[in-house]
Design a protein. Structure first.
Length: 56
């Protein structure tokens, strides 16, 4: 399992705190949400659903 996280994301921060409290460690993958690096292809970036994920 991997945790895709962003420094500015409060939800991923909660998950990291929970994992630390339980003494668990999983690989972390940093994602820059401002640059939409979590959306892999130019085609996916142009879809309505992908743009909603970036801005909602």
């Amino acid at each position: 399992m991997k945790l895709y996280h962003s420094v500015s994301s409060p939800n991923s921060r909660r998950v990291r705190i929970f994992l630390a409290e339980k003494g668990l460690s999983i690989p972390l993958v940093a994602v820059d949400l401002g640059k939409a690096s979590n959306i892999p292809t130019p085609t996916a970036r142009s879809t309505r659903a992908a743009s909603c994920l970036r801005w909602c």
